[in-house]
Design a protein around this ligand. Structure first.
Ligand code: WT7
Length: 663
């Protein structure tokens, strides 16, 4: 895109002032906060001070071995203690987790003291199963209170958890089990989605079967109690343990929180990259918790007396940082819900917001587009009043932003567009809501202490705030950043650092973190995120690597080659189109097509299901044989075809175009 084209696409947008009623009560209301955090690294101590430490740190930041940066070195703390124990005196009776199911008759309020009791009992049970400090525990749990309870029980005993989103297939679960060689998996027999009681345990059964790792124990929570196990669930003797039955032995048990080094890992979260293999982003205890807590306080404006609802799934990083760790560390009431947003009816989100008097609501642009499609008439039936709204995960189109502002915010709530990633642990680019005006479609300025910038493809710095586009980089370390890719320091360096850093240098300031996103740095200093520059798609706010999709499609024996292109989609942002060639002698058929859909659902999960499978005679390839996905993307989006002169056969894209769009 040329600068002129960009300008035409973006245009000038209005600013919106934060409402006075918000500003008056905001946690961050003094602009000096930006200057305080510019003192690097001392600025970030303010976040660490929000936590209770068993031992204070000696050194705030150690940058001597880039890019393996360390934070709050020498400090000791426990995340479960910080999220629960420390609130007991003051707010033991206050609701920590407020859970509802699709079936709105079923509700649970878990007070901090109940959470404390349950976490302790689960921690004791895990220990009994032989889980020791630093053992990785794999979780494959949907949105049930037992998920955060198990996570915090792991944190209590210093066992890093690795939660795999419940929508992931058995295959995907097996890959993640093997990557950490985790010998215990925690799951549930079933859960509800759109009125259906899904048989979930089977995925863990199959995964354990498939994995090379010997999984000794599968701890099985039950949705309706051990006596009402999902009718298809089977328990394997000697391996499967019913959690509730095991817990009978640990009623009232107490487990001292292990004092963890600030640099000890707290959890892993796998994410897609540009290869077929997902990366285990490893997050540290002290820096991560400090960053999640600090941004929850100042960006999300959470106060202990709030009812806060982030409608994400805890199986993704958003849920880890902003349903569990950040909000609970601040001692607030965090809402969670099982099921689909339109079950049992399309107004249920707002019905709940009204019922619980939710103050802060956090969701994705995909969800807002869906609410918009359902129509404002639905929203108008309910009496709720938010002071703060968040969006995360994808760029939000200004017209979607405006709808959110008007119909959900009632024109008197702030909207905070938060840009960050699984790797970053917490928000990096977003406005502190009382201090900066909102601008629809722009994430805003970097968070306190964060230094963001743009570089060109050669790594040359692009003049800041000149309205130019480039590769988004973070120029200074921050406490929430991933420590490494689990078990693969090389890949950590290659993926995030090599391209735009002086890797010979031992000076941390020569190292730039590559986000993988394109962005425009607007003249007002705001960043407008354009989206991924690598082969990673953003489907309904979920990151999916094209390579993962392609290798799944190529598993089908009739498929010769597969290439995936991102098609723009007005609801989901992007959806995958799979272009395939079949092997010699194989007919293109609906059978092959279904096999491809099935392979992708099996290898990744139903959420990655492609929009279209398109059979072609040949894929567009350069003379050296490289598939040009860019051309496929142009075809999928019915855009004019760019340069085809480097192709081995320049007529190929036109043939494909005709096939997709007709003559
Ligand atoms: C990618 C990270 C951690 C948030 C949930 C997704 C895109 C994220 C925004 C935003 C535009 C955004 C980027 C980023 N993204 N937030 N506010 N505006 N794009 O986490 O799965 O690690 O994906 O999501 O492309 O790189 P993730």
């Amino acid at each position: 895109m040329t600068d002129d084209e960009l300008e035409a696409k973006l245009g000038d947008r209005d600013y919106y002032r934060p409402p006075a009623k918000f500003v008056g009560q905001a946690n961050a209301s003094d602009p000096a906060i930006y200057d305080q955090f510019d003192e690097f690294p001392e600025g970030f101590e303010a976040y660490a001070e929000l936590l209770d430490w068993d031992e204070y740190w000696d050194e705030t930041f150690d940058g001597s071995n880039p890019p393996f940066f360390e934070w709050f070195v020498g400090g000791k703390l426990n995340a479960s203690y910080n999220c629960v124990d420390r609130h007991l005196d003051e707010r033991g009776d206050q609701t920590a987790l407020l859970w509802e199911s699709e079936d709105t008759d079923e509700r649970r309020r878990i007070a901090y003291q109940d959470l404390y009791r349950e976490i302790n009992e689960v921690a004791a049970a895990l220990k009994d199963l032989g889980v020791e400090e630093d053992d990785v525990v794999t979780l494959h749990m949907p949105m049930l209170p037992e998920l955060p309870i198990t996570m915090l029980a792991c944190a209590r005993i210093g066992a890093p958890h690795s939660e795999v989103f419940a929508g992931f297939s058995a295959d995907a679960l097996a890959t993640r089990i093997d990557d950490t060689e985790s010998d215990i998996v925690v799951t549930v027999d079933g859960y509800y989605r759109r009125g259906e009681f899904l048989h979930h345990k089977q995925k863990a059964d199959q995964a354990v079967e498939m994995a090379e790792t010997d999984v000794d124990d599968v701890l099985v929570w039950t949705r309706h109690g051990p006596e009402n196990l999902h009718e298809e669930a089977e328990m394997e003797d000697g391996r499967d343990i019913l959690a509730e039955e095991l817990l009978e032995d640990f009623q009232g048990a107490r487990v001292d929180p292990v004092s963890r080094d600030a640099e000890d890992p707290l959890f892993l979260m796998y994410t897609s990259g540009t290869t077929g293999k997902p990366k285990g982003c490893q997050h540290r205890t002290g820096g991560y918790l400090a960053y999640a807590t600090g941004t929850s306080k100042y960006v999300l404006d959470i106060k202990p007396e709030d009812t806060y609802w982030c409608a994400a799934d805890i199986g993704w990083i958003t849920g880890h940082s902003y349903i569990v760790y950040g909000p609970l560390s601040l001692g607030t009431t965090s809402v969670m819900r099982e099921g689909a947003p339109d079950a049992p009816h399309k107004g249920v989100i707002w019905e709940m917001a009204e019922r619980y008097d939710v103050d802060i609501f956090h969701t994705s642009p995909t969800a807002v587009r869906m609410f918009m499609k359902w129509g404002e008439e639905i929203v108008e039936n309910y009496d709720f009043d938010f002071r703060h709204l968040t969006t995360v995960g994808e760029p939000i189109q200004p017209e979607v932003w405006e709808w959110y502002y008007e119909h959900i915010g009632g024109e008197d709530a702030v909207i905070v567009d938060t840009w960050w990633q699984t790797e970053t642990g917490g928000h990096l680019i977003t406005n502190l809501p009382a201090l900066k005006d909102m601008k629809p479609g722009s994430a805003g300025i970097p968070c306190p202490g964060i230094e963001a910038g743009l570089v060109d493809d050669q790594g040359e710095e692009i003049e800041p705030a000149t309205g130019q586009a480039g590769n988004l980089v973070i120029k200074r370390p921050w406490p929430g950043m991933l420590q490494t890719v689990y078990g693969d320091d090389e890949r950590f360096i290659e993926t995030y650092w090599e391209d735009f850093s002086d890797t010979e240098s031992s000076d941390w300031s020569d190292w730039n973190y590559k986000a993988g996103d394109g962005a425009v740095h607007e003249t007002d200093g705001y960043f407008r995120i354009l989206g991924r520059l690598d082969d990673v798609m953003n489907v309904a706010g979920h990151r999916i690597g094209t390579m993962e999709l392609e290798s799944a499609a190529a598993e089908v024996s009739d498929v010769a080659e597969a290439a995936v292109a991102a098609r723009e989609h007005d609801q989901k942002g992007e959806v995958p189109d799979v272009y395939v060639t079949v092997r010699e002698g194989v007919e293109e058929s609906d059978g092959v097509r279904s096999a491809i859909y099935e392979a992708i659902e099996d290898e990744i999960g139903a959420f990655a299901r492609p929009a279209n499978v398109i059979f072609v005679d040949e894929l567009p390839k350069t003379r050296s044989g490289k598939i040009m996905r860019r051309l496929l993307e142009e075809i999928s989006n019915d855009e004019s075809l760019g340069n085809t002169s480097t192709l081995r056969d320049p007529s190929v894209p036109e043939q494909i175009r005709e096939k997709v769009h007709g003559e």
